[in-house]
Design a protein around this ligand. Structure first.
Ligand code: PMP
Length: 398
């Protein structure tokens, strides 16, 4: 029997919940789903790269041969053969990584949340790049992180700036490869210096690396994990090399941290879906990624070049942008007086183009004249046309 006229509930949200905000990007994405909009906003991998048939066959084999195990609860740390595969692939870089150092997570975003849960108290200092990945800022902010921005330039963070600001910090969060949002890459010398500095200070160094395999021009630079496996926490993901919809990532860390994160994960979701872990293992165990990832590199590399060419042709003088060697994003700096946040509405309504304003990616002093453009979701002809329209709008503000 349905209750008549129930009183409205008196919500009293936690202090934590009161401080939560929706990600600026997720809000923008809602608008840019409109089919008439050319969106450079979302960080969505191109569906063209999704190996649907290959995944379908892997699902079929897993369910046919190991259906009862795949549909059962599983261990919190993850499916052992997949953790062994990951440990093996990371060991190839020169370091010996053991499966017990690998924790499977439901997307590396969950890894960021778990890190926050076990390392951050209200007011804990966390060092981040300038700018940094918004999803990490959001995840850490939830646990009360107080961010300190490490001075950075077009080559990423400056390791020599760390010591002066590191006192009492719980961790340093870094994105060495094709950073989100800037697309920039941390050169090898800086990686070495960063690892050495953090090791000397006893500061946990987070290496968030979802784009590392998407290198368009050169061989990948060495992972910081291989330089110091006992001081670096590495985060990987299948989102950009396979598909994001399976929500599968991993954290590689020294055992004491893995154990804590495992305890935190038990309370969060018990474990990452056994079925998807088994399917991904089935899909990749025979070397599939070795053929598949180069096709993604080719597609994105061409689209990156199409966007760089279009920017060169259509953006007015006074604008500058990063020249990524991989990943999914280009970072544009507009003349100082243009606020990219204010420009967005006009770009969407008048020119039917969307981008992500850069300000939310800054943990501290925001640079409002910046924007992030993704070159992966839209095909080259549309990239050219969209950049042309956006360039015209910017030129009209000069
Ligand atoms: N880290 C970075 C730098 C990212 O850009 C993303 C996805 N946009 C993530 C982590 C999360 O990836 P996922 O949860 O899909 O593995």
């Amino acid at each position: 029997m349905k209750l008549e006229n129930p009183a409205p509930l008196q919500w009293q949200f936690s202090h934590r919940a009161e401080q939560m905000k929706s990600s600026a990007i997720r809000e923008i994405l809602k608008v840019t789903m409109r089919p008439d909009i050319t969106s450079f906003a979302g960080g969505l991998p191109s569906p063209q790269t999704f190996p649907v048939e290959h995944m379908k066959a892997a699902f079929d084999r897993v369910l046919t041969l190991q259906g009862k195990t795949a549909l059962q609860y599983g261990p919190t740390d993850g499916y052992l053969p997949l953790r062994e595969w990951i440990a093996g692939s990371l060991s190839a870089d020169g370091a010996q990584i053991l499966p017990e150092q690998v924790l499977m997570v439901s997307g590396s975003q969950q890894g960021l949340d778990l890190l926050g849960k076990v390392l951050i108290d209200e007011g804990s200092k966390v060092l981040v790049e300038t700018p940094s990945y918004l999803g990490a800022l959001q995840a850490f902010a939830l646990y009360g992180a107080k961010f300190e921005s490490v001075p950075s330039d077009e080559n990423g963070l400056k390791p020599e700036a760390i010591e002066a600001i590191a006192g009492g910090a719980r961790m340093l969060y870094s994105l060495p490869n094709f950073q989100n949002p800037t697309g920039r890459t941390l050169p090898t010398e800086r990686r070495v210096k960063l690892v050495e500095t953090c090791a000397r200070l006893g500061l946990p160094l987070i290496e968030d690396d979802p784009y590392g395999a998407l290198s368009y021009r050169n061989a990948p630079l060495p992972k910081m994990l291989s330089m110091n496996p006992s001081g670096v926490i590495y985060m990987g993901s299948f989102s950009k090399v396979l598909t994001p919809g399976i929500r599968l990532g991993y954290v590689v860390a020294p055992r004491p941290l893995i154990l804590k994160m495992e305890q935190a994960k038990q309370a969060t979701d018990l474990h990452t879906a056994q079925l998807t872990q088994m399917v991904v293992y089935e899909a990749i165990k025979d070397g599939f990624l070795d053929q598949h990832v180069p096709t993604i590199r080719k597609l994105y590399g061409d689209q990156c070049q199409a966007m760089l060419d279009a920017l060169q042709q259509y953006f007015p003088a006074g604008c500058s942008w990063s020249k990524p060697e991989g990943g999914m994003f280009i970072w544009v700096t507009l003349p100082k007086h243009i606020d990219a946040g204010a420009l967005l509405n006009e770009a969407v309504e008048k020119e039917k183009v969307a981008f992500v304003p850069g300000a939310p990616f800054f943990a501290n002093a925001a640079e409002h004249n910046t924007m992030r453009l993704s070159f992966v979701t839209v095909p080259p002809e549309q990239i050219r046309a969209g950049v042309e329209r956006l360039g015209k709008l910017i030129a009209s503000k000069l």
